[in-house]
Ligand binder design. Sequence first.
Ligand SMILES: [Zn+2]
Ligand SMILES: [Zn+2]
Ligand SMILES: [Zn+2]
Length: 851
Amino acid sequence: MEERYNATTLEGKWQKIWEEEKTFKVGETSDRPKYYLLEMFPYPSGRIHMGHVRNYSIGDVVARFKRMQGFNVLHPMGWDAFGMPAENAAIQHGTHPAKWTYENIANMRSQLKKMGLSYDWDRELATCDVDYYKWEQLVFLKMYEKGLAYKKSSSVNWCPQCQTVLANEQVEEGCCWRCDSEVVPKELEQWFFKTTAYAQELLDCMEELKGWPEPVLTMQRNWIGRSTGCEIDFPLDGSLKKIRVFTTRQDTLFGATFMSLAPEHPMALDITTAERRQDVEDFIARIKKQDKIKRTSEDMEKEGVFTGAYCINPVSKKRMPVFLANFVLMDYGTGAVMAVPTHDQRDFEFAQKYDLPKIVVIQPQGEALAAETMTEAWTGPGLMANSGPFDGLDNESAKEKIADYLQQEGIGKKTINYRLRDWGVSRQRYWGTPIPIIYCDVCGVVPVPEQDLPVVLPTDVEFTGEGGSPLTKSQDFMSVTCPQCGEVARRECDTFDTFVESSWYFARYTCPDFPSGPVDRMAAEYWLPVDQYIGGIEHAVMHLLYARFFTKVLRDLGMMKVDEPFTNLLTQGMVCMETRSCPEHGWLYPEEVVEGKCSRCQAAAVTGRNEKMSKSKKNVVDPDNLISRYGADTARLFTLFAAPPEKDLEWNDQGVEGCYRFLGRVWRIVYENHALLGSTSMAPEREGGARNLRRVTHRTIKKVTEDIDGRFHFNTAIAAVMELVNALYGFEEKDKYPGAVREAIEAVLRLLSPFVPHITEELWSLIGHRDRLVEASWPKLDAEALVEDEKLIVVQVNGKVRGKITVAAGADEEAIKVAAIEEENVARFIEGKTIRKIVVVPGRLVSVVVA
Ligand SMILES: [Zn+2]
Ligand SMILES: [Zn+2]
Ligand SMILES: [Zn+2]
């Protein structure tokens, strides 16, 4: 055995062995219980970054731990391979997107393999493989048949930079989520998936997602945005027409004094009087050019135009002038808003500007608002006023009563509304899944017949970066014979939003080679749902919601059975690092700072905040450098030890050094005791000093098991093993009790193996094991070793048994008293009371007297 720990050689050796022996290959014919562990798959951008290292290290610990616990663990990896960067690379460097993508995949795959991750590489898939996306095309055809995919013209969010449509979820504060350009509205024919058909089920099923972080569930709930309200008809004065509004504030109906319509509202011009026509037309033309997101933002100036028309408030019977207003959109509700200036801030500002009447209909507790003196709307709760028969009720119960009243009177009806929109999936890009549709002048929209699938992306395209999809320029692709009438027709040239591919990849991993459909029902039934999913919080809405939607669609198409794809979800934090900059040279890479100075100009480097690692700010560590310097085990250990998975991790070089030194200590404890360790069948001694060491060993086994299992407290688990290693160094009777020493060292190796699989595997073989550590079982807790020297003591409060504590056999009376009153149940019984007396009957009971 070598005296020194040499990570590089031994890591390469074990990676090769695991690969050759197909250690992590799994099938569906195991008698072990299944466990499906999945990390969100990466986009093949070219190189892995520290965020990947962290994400996959976390997943690998769980996968290896479950494996050692006796589960048949599915742990796959693949590539979310369609998308814009590939196309941009093609435009900039003339490389074909496919070439760029597959080269990146090859590079990143070899990087991941250097990390020693326990993937079943035989299940690897890339979403740009025709064998993958052809099934997506099939699912689309089935959805089209069922009306779950449809086409409509709509105003879309358009990113001029990316030259494509963005889903609402992809617009962040008015800007493109990917390139940060300002998003503009554009009218386009688009394909949609009917996510709204599942709005209620998506909401209901969240009750079952006990293993999801609450913030993610909250974000999804808000995104679906269910509200109970009323549809109310306001008759137009002097006409039979009605304006329908949707409101969740029917309690304020008596206070509605004017009506605001979206400038896009179909009735807008109809109802406009002749003398107001010019003004109204000008207003509509001007507002339509404005960005919708901006129009509705709080700080936007509220403006409108009077149509000359009036409608009647159906309960107060007052005449209400009808305005068009910039902040009302057609997309939500009915595109008409009953304006209640006293109880809605936007309506208040609008009423101030155009001098419109205000009536207070909700009086806050202990106040008397007067419409004339209000400086802002009151949006809180209160008692009903100026509301006829509803006066004096609290406004929450009035909501229900007014809704019932409107329904009875035929003025309106109770409704449920969702903020969730249908998912626009058309993208004007090349590098995506072609939408299998044909347009024929005779037959109209014709789906590609199933037997003609796949519609393969053509390769004869040019990437100029100038307007529109490159697909339109491929004559071979575009021109097609109509499958219905045989005339010349053309293909749909849009491709799917890449979020479609990531909505079902977890199901395809269960049967990546299945030749007769998207999902092999048998395999899916065996593996799904994913038991543990791990990824970034940034996917809390889009990806996770779409994947849940798709699961329900595939279920309803009879392709699989589960209702929900992911039983447990862990959202890991970011990897952060201090930024450094030079007044002269801007952001500096860590290696450009030498002894606190810019390596180019020697100016003192300015240390900035700890922020998410990003190339643009150069606060990055290249995983390759880290791994070639310290080895994958150190890189893994550091990311797992430095912070709990859900928290942000702050990079620090000393922490990496510390992890490396710890592994050196593990190596040396084996090296120093190599001769002593004897055979693998040596039993631990159970007497004298051996008992002390065994107690630490088993206490550690207990702690590490509890910390990993479902809790992901990897940092404290690792800290516990560090203590066990310290105990081994400090154990002075090694020669006398080699069995207990061997047991402790084997425990260290087993407990550490999910974290640092290479060094532990090497040491395992060096102490004489012929089998692989990766095939070994998780260490078993010997409860006797723990309790041997502990006593179970009963705690009474005022003569009644209220709890039990275990204390060390030699514990002093003071320690026993403290343990007794801190016991959870006991603490409840003495809370807020005065302790009069505590009596300890050694080895038997503690009696607490309180008053
Ligand atoms: Zn963009
Ligand atoms: Zn035709
Ligand atoms: Zn400089």
